[in-house]
Design a binder for this molecule. Structure first.
Ligand SMILES: NC(=O)c1ccc[n+]([C@@H]2O[C@H](COP(=O)([O-])OP(=O)(O)OC[C@H]3O[C@@H](n4cnc5c(N)ncnc54)[C@H](OP(=O)(O)O)[C@@H]3O)[C@@H](O)[C@H]2O)c1
Length: 334
């Protein structure tokens, strides 16, 4: 892993990567966000050199907004190594993962994240999932204190409903929300509407539906033991077959426009006016280079209608009958 990495000049894509203000904050984020769950090993082991090269390629491509979490296995430390000397080139978002929102744990978690990321502050600190067992008032008070101390710059939420977001907003400014949202899974649509009305930036996760919209997997594919996808119902049986047939047609539609399925999935998310930046997990330089081009594609209303017609009535449910204990990591991403 190189600690002396410098951005190649001229950066091949940075001129083209649009940035937008995140919610009402002063953070200007790239419209594609680097999702750092895969480089932490959650979707199969990634060699450390490959992970560092991927991160560097992303920053070179103008993807300077990076999303990680306490629960993303080695992700924070891999980023910390790769971004040495480059802190000011990126906007770092991390999360408080897991079910423990006690003051002791929150204060420990932030120190661990700062140390692993090798930074003095985190730009956006998010609650990974709502934990109704812990009063949100107390959690927000601790986060506001961390903000006052300069350890975090802004507070965001992830996987919160609009009601839960409204409740959190009573105790301090929330600048962003991170719901699951992609071409296939849109159950969080009401959260997007709420955020738009309240000027909260939306940074959807799983925009490629964990690779369902990546075009690489066919029904019958077996994922290795360390890849979370081996447990997902939508990569199995009849459901996968049904989804696959639709994604094949979407791929054809994208190709008829000189693009591919990945770029369509990202451009589709960005076409929603509530969305500030689409979070995409990438594992290789080639994937980064492909993803970076997606942000230049602006879908028209005719394009969107045609895509809707291809999708038709397909409305799969996200992972069911599954507990976090089934998954190969502690508080990962699913
Ligand atoms: N807040 C939450 O609860 C939550 C939950 C999930 C994710 N997230 C965040 O959102 C990010 C994105 O989600 P995700 O990483 O889980 O899934 P994702 O972005 O939907 O899919 C990522 C996978 O798609 C494949 N891919 C990426 N670029 C590709 C390309 N150009 N061509 C072909 N395949 C490509 C790669 O897998 P293969 O190469 O192995 O096919 C990659 O690991 C995460 O990294 C994380 O930061 C948050």
């Amino acid at each position: 892993m190189s600690s002396d990495w410098v951005c190649q000049k001229p950066c091949p894509y940075s001129q083209k990567m649009e940035t937008r203000a995140l919610g009402k904050s002063d953070l200007e984020v790239s419209t594609v966000c680097f999702g750092a769950w895969p480089i932490g090993g959650g979707m199969g082991n990634v060699d450390p050199k490959q992970a560092a090269d991927t991160i560097h390629a992303a920053v070179d491509a103008g993807i300077t907004f990076i999303d990680t979490a306490e629960g993303y296995q080695t992700s924070e430390s891999v980023l910390g190594q790769a971004l040495k000397g480059r802190r000011d080139s990126v906007i770092l978002a991390s999360k408080l993962s897991g079910p423990d929102h006690s003051e002791k744990h929150i204060r420990e978690a932030i120190e661990n994240s700062l140390s692993a990321l090798n930074v003095e502050y985190i730009d956006l600190y998010q609650l990974h999932t709502p934990q109704p067992k812990w009063p949100i008032k107390n959690t927000m008070e601790i986060l506001m204190d961390l903000k006052k101390q300069g350890k975090i710059r802004h507070i965001g939420l992830s996987n919160f409903t609009s009601d839960q977001t409204q409740e959190a907003m009573e105790f301090g400014p929330i600048i962003s929300s991170q719901p699951r949202y992609n071409l296939l899974f849109r159950q969080e649509n009401p959260t997007l509407t709420f955020c738009k009305e309240n000027q909260i930036g939306v940074i959807p996760h799983s925009v490629l539906a964990k690779g369902l919209l990546g075009g690489s997997y066919k029904p019958g594919h077996t994922f290795p033991k360390d890849d979370e996808r081996r447990l997902f119902n939508f990569f199995q049986g009849e459901l996968f077959q049904t989804i696959y047939e639709v994604t094949q047609q979407l791929e054809e539609w994208a190709k008829s426009h000189g693009r591919d399925l990945i770029q369509l999935a990202i451009a589709w998310a960005l076409a929603n006016s509530a969305v500030t930046s689409a979070i995409v997990g990438m594992k290789s330089v080639v994937q980064v280079q492909n993803v970076a081009q997606a942000s230049t594609w602006k879908l028209t209303s005719t394009d969107l209608s045609e895509v809707e017609a291809v999708i038709g009535n397909l409305q799969p449910e996200w992972i069911k009958d599954q507990t976090p204990e089934d998954l190969p990591y502690r508080f990962g991403s699913y």
